[in-house]
Design a protein around this ligand. Structure first.
Ligand SMILES: [Zn+2]
Length: 364
């Protein structure tokens, strides 16, 4: 062998182990739709959690994406459909597992909940011998979540509410989550505690980082929120090294070109009166303390009660129903408490307490 020949690297076939899930073996560079069996409906129709598995040709991180854990939250189902159209396992580094409809019962029944009215996102980690919700939670956790390094859980506001596209995570506690939130590029990132029983909390206990994405409204498609979700997932996959842009292609400019607004406090503005509610304020709008942001009219007398913003912030969610009762949640306003703390100390002003922001909006 000549000296030149000895310096030439010998090409070796990189063999990546197959990915095995629920008894199905998926070779590197392949894609498979795997059913995780759950049970049967009362009419004996089988129910499962179908999971698209893309086992990349090259090694890399494992990631999951889940949607419709609340069965009436549909944007995530469409987000996953569009993401999968963009991906090929041949160009993927790592493994991606996507479960577009986790709560099949709620999805069929157009309901947030399971048939026994349990909330699946309060039922983690669950157990193999528990309630239906606990069993579904446990199945998802063991087969999908804990085999990932990172996950994105897709939600929307409850019905008759709409959310500005936003990420919820504990970015103050976990710098990695802040970095991933920036890669996602939603307009707002809200620091929110990991709630007991949620997927996010159960994943944390298994050492898995989860971003909760909120955008749009229950039982509706919202193209703005869907697009933001698709772009956000692509941004996170690029950040994780699971995808590479082809040579000469630059990342598309993000909707939030200046980066997301980070907020660590929020509060709901409630109806000061029952009646007919109207507003011209949209999600994403900035509001000032004392600003009139809507009116509640009395349909029988010429009376208009103003709805006033209690503080400066950004509207991250609002009701979409014009009929309201006293105390109904109208606007969800978020702000950065650190920034405000620098302004307020000597003012003597009593700052109203923020409310905890949970994994997703329930009936607040
Ligand atoms: Zn939800």
């Amino acid at each position: 062998m000549s000296p030149e020949q000895s310096t030439i690297p010998v090409p070796r076939l990189q063999l990546r182990q197959p990915f095995v899930i629920s008894g199905v073996s998926i070779d590197a560079g392949e894609r498979h739709l795997v059913d995780l069996p759950v049970s049967r409906l009362s009419n004996h129709t089988p129910v499962s959690i179908p999971v698209h598995v893309l086992h990349g040709a090259r090694p890399g991180p494992s990631m999951f994406i889940t949607a419709a854990i609340h069965g009436d939250e549909l944007n995530g189902v469409e987000i996953i459909r569009r993401v999968l159209r963009l991906l090929s396992p041949g160009n993927l580094s790592g493994t991606l597992m996507c479960a577009p409809i986790v709560n099949a019962y709620g999805f069929i029944g157009r309901s947030r909940y399971l048939p026994d009215r349990r909330d699946l996102n309060r039922s983690f980690p669950g157990s193999a011998g528990g309630s239906l919700a606990g069993r579904i939670a446990n199945l998802l956790l063991t087969e999908v979540v804990q085999r990932s390094q990172i996950g994105i859980d897709l939600h929307t506001a409850a019905i008759h509410r709409v959310n500005l596209p936003q990420i919820r995570c504990e970015y103050l506690k976990y710098p990695r989550l802040k970095q991933l939130s920036e890669a996602f590029g939603a307009p707002v990132v809200v620091d929110s505690p990991e709630r007991q029983g949620s997927l996010r909390k159960a994943a944390r206990e298994k050492g898995v980082d989860v971003l909760v994405y909120e955008g749009g409204e229950g039982l509706r498609f919202d193209d703005f929120a869907i697009e933001a979700g698709v772009n956000g997932i692509a941004g996170v996959m690029l950040e994780m090294g699971m995808l590479e842009l082809p040579d000469g292609v630059e990342a598309a400019p993000r909707a939030a070109a200046a980066g997301p607004v980070f907020a660590n406090a929020s509060r709901w503005v409630r109806a000061p009166e029952g009646g007919i509610f109207r507003t011209s304020k949209r999600i994403g709008a900035a509001v000032n303390e004392g600003e009139v942001i809507g009116h509640i009219a009395n349909p029988y007398e010429d009376v208009d009660v103003p709805v006033v913003a209690p503080r400066r912030g950004i509207i991250i969610g609002r009701t979409t129903l014009p009929i309201v009762n006293l105390g109904d949640a109208l606007f969800h306003i978020a702000w950065s408490a650190e920034r405000e703390a620098k302004v307020v100390p000597d003012s003597g002003k009593v700052v109203e307490a923020a409310e905890p922001i949970m994994d997703e909006d329930e009936i607040l």
